[in-house]
Design a protein around this ligand. Structure first.
Ligand SMILES: [Zn+2]
Length: 577
């Protein structure tokens, strides 16, 4: 990896049109947060940008159905989701909004720059129009029969059933979804603006080819798109969105389409962060335009075309922007249905999704973070399964790591006056355990550097496994009756492993790490945009004999099987959201 001065991390902006759920977390937010926390503890300068996507037809449709304004809808879900993220420990530097005035400015400047460079043109399109309401019916305002598969509940521009995308006038038997609109939609001509994506084909290909290290799923989707690029409409007939920066009657009643403005939200929110933190109006430029800055996008699979093709083209079409160094795209988290014994997609209509707010009413954040990382859908879909959830958390985090930490610290505090004991001479087993620490820390780092979060977590648990084997071989509960020097040496070695576990769990399990750091009296550096001390490699440093320890507390309380069974049933009844 080239030497970067700073890393800008983004997670897909969720629609402020519903509560975020565990599928979102596993896809775009937890992996990004683990990576950001890892860079922070390493002391590498990093900035983590998130926020709500507050435009788009789903939001205006929700408002219409509820009889409220779009502003009411986005205000409600923006604060609910910001709160859910914060409580789960998703540690954004800013959680901004695309309905801000600043975002109008950023988006319009993108439009103007791309237009001036010749990448935007106009076309007249045939679109569905309601004569009764005297308005156009963009994409989801109209439903009908899919021209490809015959599905009768297809959207105006895409079919949920077969995944087909098509022009509005291809939809068969269209009907308006606006309550009270009884008229049959008719086709009417409307002027729209298009981004000339084919002009970027060669540059996009060369850029994608320069990144053989990306995940195969992301490369596959991106290459598929680049092989077949078409101009893409960037405007919509709606009054909710960023106004087109063009004067004249042809721009009236039109706004910029949400797919165009949403990723620009990353830039807006970086600008906002600079102003909020008194770094100045131009602070964002170092993150976006300095060639020693690294840009990373974390997303779910459905977002790959926007982050690995379209947004990069929008950046290429202007001066000075860096392009993503990696687009870390995940597959989907499905739900295992215990009644049917089958995996199924999370969906609102099935009522099987688990919201973050509901999950946080049942579990501590570390419990949720542990399981979602352990089953991260990195290369293929994975299942949320209640039995697996309990067994992984109880059997790995509690029994392996939690148990080792607790046994070691309890015996040490009790037998050695609350201090790290002075060791005697190390035998081969002591030395092997001590030697395993830096090796294991480096292996966890190697997996994190490669965005293999599941493997990184496995390697962390593996350090706990090795430590348990060591502890059981040394039997300090036996030797303390006969040989205190031997016991001191064993528990000294154990304490060093506990310290390494403390530093290395910090990216995954921030609450457990903070508690343990308090017990050990060690500092876990938490650098930020300016960087700081290297607390990651400090995992390999010795906790000196004589250092004071606080009485240990249980870091990861076990889940009760009866309670989990109750929750699984509540979830089955559709109460998980
Ligand atoms: Zn279809």
């Amino acid at each position: 990896m080239p030497d970067f001065k700073r890393t800008l991390v983004t997670s897909a902006l969720p629609y402020a049109n519903g509560h975020i759920h565990l599928g979102h977390i596993a896809g775009a937010y937890l992996p990004a947060d683990i990576y950001v926390r890892y860079l922070r503890i390493k002391g590498a300068p990093v900035l983590y940008i998130g926020g709500s996507d507050e435009h788009g037809v789903p939001i205006t449709l929700t408002a219409l159905k509820e009889g409220v304004q779009p502003r009411d809808v986005v205000d409600r879900y923006h604060s609910a989701n910001a709160d859910a993220f914060a409580r789960l420990g998703i540690s954004y530097d800013i959680y901004g909004r695309t309905s801000s005035e600043l975002h109008v400015d950023t988006t319009q400047s993108f439009f103007r720059a791309l237009d001036a460079a010749g990448y935007i043109h106009q076309e007249d399109m045939e679109l569905w129009y309601s004569e009764q309401l005297e308005r156009f019916l963009p994409d989801r305002y109209v439903k009908g029969t899919c021209p490809k598969c015959g599905y009768e509940d297809a959207n105006g521009d895409e079919c949920e059933n077969c995944g087909a995308q098509y022009a509005a006038n291809e939809l068969v038997s269209p009907r308006s979804v606006i309550p009270g609109d009884a008229s049959s939609p008719v086709l009417r001509s409307s002027r729209h603006w298009f981004l000339d994506l084919p002009k970027f084909t060669d540059r996009l290909k060369a850029w994608l080819d320069s990144h053989p290290e990306w995940r195969a799923n992301v490369k596959g989707i991106a290459n598929g798109w680049v092989g077949d690029l078409r101009s893409r409409c960037i405007t919509r007939d709606t009054d909710w969105g960023v106004p087109i920066p063009i004067d004249g009657p042809e721009a009236e009643g039109k706004r910029i389409y949400v797919w165009f403005d949403a990723p620009i939200g990353y830039v807006t929110n970086t600008r906002q962060w600079g102003m909020d933190t008194d770094r100045g109006e131009d602070a964002w430029q170092a993150w976006w335009k300095d060639e020693s800055s690294r840009l990373l996008h974390f997303i779910g699979k459905d977002n790959v075309p926007f982050h690995a093709v379209i947004f990069p083209a929008m950046l290429m079409g202007q001066d000075g922007y860096v392009l993503a160094d990696n687009v870390v795209g995940n597959e989907y988290l499905n739900i295992f249905n215990r009644q049917t014994g089958k995996s199924e997609k999370g969906s609102k209509s099935r009522g099987n999704m688990i919201s973050v707010r509901w999950a946080l009413e049942q579990f501590a954040p570390d419990v949720i973070r542990y399981y979602l990382c352990a089953i991260a859908p990195e290369s293929k879909d994975s299942d949320f399964d209640w039995d697996d959830f309990m067994h992984r958390y109880n059997g790995e985090l509690c029994d392996v790591v939690g148990n080792f930490v607790h046994r070691s610290l309890t015996m040490t505090v009790k037998n050695f006056d609350g201090k790290v004991p002075q060791p005697g001479a190390f035998d081969a087993e002591d030395q092997a355990m001590l030697d395993a620490i830096p090796r294991q820390v480096d292996e966890i780092a190697e997996a994190l550097d490669g965005f293999r979060f599941r493997q990184a977590l496995e390697r962390f648990i593996d350090l706990g496994r090795k430590a348990n084997v060591y502890f059981n071989t040394k039997e300090p509960w036996v030797t303390r009756k006969t040989d205190m020097e031997r016991t001191a040496t064993t528990l000294y070695v154990c304490t060093q492993v506990v310290k390494a576990l403390c530093h290395t769990m910090a990216p995954f399990l921030p609450d457990g790490a903070a508690k343990l750091a308090g017990i050990l009296g060690v500092a876990l550096p938490d650098g930020g945009p300016d960087g700081g001390a290297d607390g990651w490699n400090a995992a390999k440093e010795t906790l000196a004999a004589g250092a004071a320890l606080q009485p240990p507390k249980v870091l990861f309380p076990k889940l009760d099987p009866d309670y989990i069974a109750e929750l699984a049933e509540a979830h089955q009844r559709g109460e998980g959201f």
